[in-house]
Write a protein that binds this ligand. Sequence first.
Ligand code: VGL
Ligand code: ZN
Length: 202
Amino acid sequence: MASHPSLALLVIDVQNDFCAGGALEVMDGDAVVTGINAIMGEFDVTILTQDWHPAGHSSFASTYEEKAPFETVSLSYGEQTLWPDHCVQGSHGADFHPDLATDKADMILRKGFRPGIDSYSAFYENDRKTSTGLDGYLRSRNVDTVVCTGLATDFCVYYSAMDAVRLGFQVEVIENLCRAIDLDGSLATARADMQAADVILR
Ligand code: VGL
Ligand code: ZN
């Protein structure tokens, strides 16, 4: 019965709104799709995440009268960066990039659906307490190593990788299968933090 430890691929938020022409376009975001598709068959477990916000979400600048995108607001759990409206539930922008090989995924995990809490990480929402359930899923599938790809390197990939390490998984980030937003040096900070936490950047 004892199965061997499994290797999981985590594909973070490869959605239209983070790709060319999207509401929160990540520079060169589309470039990750071909490479992610190419490695999908190499993993025991493949998980896609989908940023999935209700209209009027607390992370949208448009929700506040006097806020612009990329400013911050103080929420119950702390400072929250504000974004253009993006990945609204059921919208085209929330759909996966049309070329992403979604058929190969075992599981699709949605996050950021609570109106008052954003969720960068695939494991814990931005209050750092509310679990998405991914930890339990990976443990049930006997996963010991998580390989992270997708968008954006310095937000959702970074928070997911840091949580995965903290939860005891071995974690790798394939940098050329990720692209960054790079807001005020956030990419350099994310890379340094990941390296210090023993995330393997490759
Ligand atoms: C993301 C900002 C807001 C991401 C999601 O996927 O990195 N960034 N929502
Ligand atoms: Zn979001």
